[in-house]
Design a protein around this ligand. Structure first.
Ligand code: F6P
Length: 556
């Protein structure tokens, strides 16, 4: 049956023929230096790049030869990558442990397309919700939607965590210069009461709309903050819980639970269990962004996503940006053994991009078993971290240049600045390009000596180079390019997941901590001294906390 074609690969990645060939090849090329690779092939910089869906990827500063890429592509082919991509786009249950499709691509599919899930075309549903969101945004922005006291909404506070937080927060910040409203946005995620206090500080409750965003509507952080928001509103506005109803909308795949919380069904924007939390920005989870930039520009972002989706689906692997990036990531993680990679956007508005990509990559691919439950015999998901340029240069770049770890970097830059100002952008770009060159080519002891450096100082001033990087260039940060960029990483993550033969769409690893926290909470709430049943360390911490905390009535 076609639906199973993608899932029957029982061969461990390391047992594949292409893997073997790749290992042999790695041993031959691992010591090659980028200096030599470029010296031998002056056209390398012009050849080792790929362009698609509005993005340009220069991957020439990677420690690879043309043969490396060919072998990586053979590995992708032997791993059934195209079949897995097709299966995801067809809406098959690629999220096998939760028995769901992973159809984030359907969220940005144009009207008129058909993607069938359980015998039903989901595309009309997607557009019906987008239309409802647009209508709602129109009401809020025009002042037709008013709060309990009749005041217009001026502040939107998104309450959600993980995928229900990072996406809307990143996107609203990234595209804030495209905002066509004067709304103020805040994003509340953490359980920490200080986060709540800061989110509502200096905000007029009569002008505040809370968007409670949770796929499950059961997440403790979100439910606790939503309850606190309702109490805050009732206490500030007076009256009953009804007085808060004009100040709440929900975004959820669990409509009954959101309704149970007290949000009227007309104010609930639905999404579906076939959308993973960290892949949900294009769903109603993007409501704050739509409120900020309006439905038209939100649509442009969806188009950007869709273009990259189509590029991923139909472009030969050697010119396919997400495939090339995903395979290079495998090359470093599993052949060179590098344990992290840095995401370095040279764009102020993408300050939260590394945090977003962190959840995307690490929650998706931080897995230890394959889709058939056997051990993954390779190192999965490298740690993702990063910072905007040039800030990072004055912080951790020292380690990138002269540390002992090999950390591949993604430099992300734009040809045109969002706000031209003097020579700022040329300087910014000069720095981005300079870093990729300095990392790749370094500076030899001879070069250092020629500068008249005293002998004893020479070792300290040597840059070994051979530190790999990708450079991703786009014309300008716009809603469209933003969509392209996120989709690029989504599909790169999927590509890696396919090679490891894991399921990038579940996240069982977050469950144990939640269970234990629920159990510990019952001991913290216990008025009697409880008999604790954990390990010695955890028991002692609980006892110490109980003994030393201020009683709630004394706390103020
Ligand atoms: O705990 C992890 C997680 O399930 C993420 O995968 C998800 O994005 C986040 O929590 C929030 O979940 P929800 O949207 O259901 O509140």
């Amino acid at each position: 049956m076609a639906a199973r074609d993608w899932s029957v690969n029982r061969t461990a990645p390391t047992k594949r023929t292409a893997w073997n060939a790749l290992q042999i090849h790695y041993k031959k090329v691992r010591h090659l230096h980028l200096r030599d690779l470029f010296a031998r092939d002056p056209l390398r910089g012009e050849r080792m790049n790929a362009e698609g869906a509005g993005l340009f990827l220069d991957y020439s500063k990677n420690r690879i030869t043309y043969q490396t890429l060919r072998l990586l592509i053979e590995l992708a082919e032997e791993s059934g990558l195209q079949a897995r991509i097709d299966a995801m786009f067809r809406g098959e249950n690629v999220n096998i442990t939760e028995k769901h499709p992973a159809l984030h691509i359907a969220l940005r599919t144009p009207k008129g397309t058909s993607i069938i899930v359980d015998g039903k075309n989901v595309v009309p549903q997607v557009h019906a919700v987008l239309d409802r969101m647009a209508y709602f945004c129109g009401r809020v922005l025009s002042g037709d939607w008013r709060g309990h006291t009749g005041k217009q909404i001026r502040t939107v506070i998104n309450i959600g965590i993980g995928g229900s937080h990072l996406g809307p927060m990143l996107a609203t910040e990234a595209l804030r210069s495209y905002a066509d409203s004067s709304l103020t946005f805040r994003f509340l995620a953490n359980l920490d009461s200080s986060a709540f206090i800061e989110a509502v500080r200096d905000v007029d409750p009569a002008e505040t709309l809370f968007v409670i965003s949770s796929k499950t509507f059961k997440t403790i952080e979100t439910v606790t903050n939503a309850r606190a928001a309702r109490e805050w509103l009732v206490s500030k506005l007076g009256g009953t819980e009804d007085s808060a109803s004009k100040h709440f909308v929900a975004v959820s795949a669990n409509v009954p639970e959101a309704a149970h919380f007290g949000i009227g069904t007309p104010n609930i924007f639905e999404f579906w269990d076939w959308v993973g939390g960290r892949y949900s920005l294009c769903s109603a989870v993007g409501l704050p962004l739509m409120l900020a930039i309006g439905p038209k520009q939100f649509g442009q972002m969806l188009e950007g996503f869709h273009q990259m989706d189509m590029h991923y689906l139909a472009t030969p692997f050697d010119r396919n940006l997400p495939v090339v990036m995903g395979l290079l990531s495998i090359w470093y993680s599993d052949l060179f053994g590098s344990q992290s990679f840095a995401v370095l956007p040279y764009e102020h508005y993408l300050a939260r991009f590394p945090a977003y990509i962190q959840q995307l990559t690490m929650e998706s691919n931080g897995k230890q078993v394959t889709v058939i439950g056997t051990d993954v015999t390779l190192q999965t998901a490298p740690v993702c971290w990063g910072e905007t340029g040039t800030n990072g240069q004055h912080s951790f770049f020292q380690l990138l240049h002269q540390g002992t770890a090999l950390i591949p970097c993604d430099f992300i830059a734009f040809i045109d600045p969002v706000h031209p100002l003097g020579n700022h952008h040329d300087l910014l770009m000069a720095n981005a390009f300079a870093q990729t060159a300095a990392l790749a080519f370094g500076k030899t002891a001879d070069q250092v000596k020629v500068e008249g450096t005293p002998e004893w100082l020479v070792p300290h001033r040597v840059f070994p180079g051979n530190r790999p990087s990708n450079t991703i260039l786009a014309q300008q940060l716009t809603p469209h390019t933003f969509g392209e960029l996120i989709a690029l990483y989504e599909h790169s993550v999927y590509t890696q997941g396919v090679i490891w033969n894991i399921n990038p769409f579940d996240q069982w690893g977050v469950e144990l901590g939640k269970d234990v926290a629920r159990s510990i909470m019952s001991y913290l709430e216990n008025t009697e001294e409880p008999v604790l049943e954990y390990d010695g360390s955890t028991n002692a911490l609980i006892r110490r906390y109980r003994a030393m905390r201020k009683e709630p009535d004394k706390a103020a």
